[in-house]
Design a protein around this ligand. Structure first.
Ligand code: GLN
Length: 237
């Protein structure tokens, strides 16, 4: 069985090692005997006919400005895919653009595609440091570094709650967002390398959607990943 993995804007939106999320998903599939084909989709490229998982990473405001025009052209298609249960993981800069807009420090309003009901506005401070959040999948650990503050709409579920550090805005205790199988998060690291249970949740959803049945993923030896998460949690920031 083959899983089609799309990495959106792998050049423009790729800071703090977010490409590692692609490597983690690929490898965890291969270790279990699944075939995986990765599609690097840049501005102007078509999405493949079969798309099981889409990932997108963080980027500077300048990187975000470069891709918003192309992203807007994909709005209807991506919204339809999200409704249809396609798994997506969007980090930081791409997470912001899956909301309604990102208002930059310079006052530019970068339009998002509204898969999440949220808005982001640049602030004068950066939210930086190791972060732990509780989610439906258990605790997740990562590293945040953003100046945008994200505010969820009243009916927009968060991905998790922050145990320490700042998450979406440093004030309401929320981190990230979730809409069906689409996840947004501020966690870099990359997020999936220290949180194999979250990687498997994404893979499980994608495989279930493709096969129409619940898939029991074969357990893997995750002791190094878990050790990395414990160490990150112990760091002061
Ligand atoms: N430019 C955005 C911010 O600082 C996104 C940063 C990022 O993707 N790490 O809020």
């Amino acid at each position: 069985m083959k899983v089609h993995l799309v990495h959106l804007y792998p050049v423009e939106m790729n800071i703090y090692g977010d490409t590692g999320n692609r490597l983690v998903l690929e490898q965890r599939l291969r270790w279990r005997g699944y075939d995986v084909e990765t599609h690097l989709v840049r501005a102007g490229d078509k999405l493949p006919n079969q798309t099981d998982i889409i990932i997108g990473g963080g980027g500077q405001d300048s990187g975000q400005s470069l891709i918003v025009g192309d992203l807007a052209k994909r709005q209807a298609q991506l919204q339809a895919m999200a409704k249809d249960g396609v798994s997506m993981l969007m980090i930081c800069g791409m997470y912001q653009l899956f909301g309604h807009y990102f208002l930059t420090q310079d006052g530019a309003k970068l339009p998002g595609i509204g898969i999440f009901d949220l808005v982001t506005r640049a602030s004068n401070t950066r939210l930086i440091g190791n972060i732990t959040a509780t989610t439906d999948f258990g605790a997740i650990v990562g590293y945040e570094n953003h100046s945008g503050l994200t505010w969820l709409g009243p009916n927009q579920p968060a991905l998790g709650k922050t145990l320490r550090a700042q998450g979406n805005n440093g004030q309401d205790g929320t981190e990230g967002a979730r809409q069906i199988n689409v996840f947004g998060s501020y966690l870099h690291g990359p997020i999936l390398s220290k949180n194999p249970h979250f990687a498997d949740a994404i893979l499980g959803q994608a495989l279930a959607r493709q096969t129409g049945k619940t898939i029991e993923l074969e357990p893997l030896d995750d002791h190094l990943e878990k050790e990395a998460a414990i160490r990150a949690q112990k760091r002061p920031r």
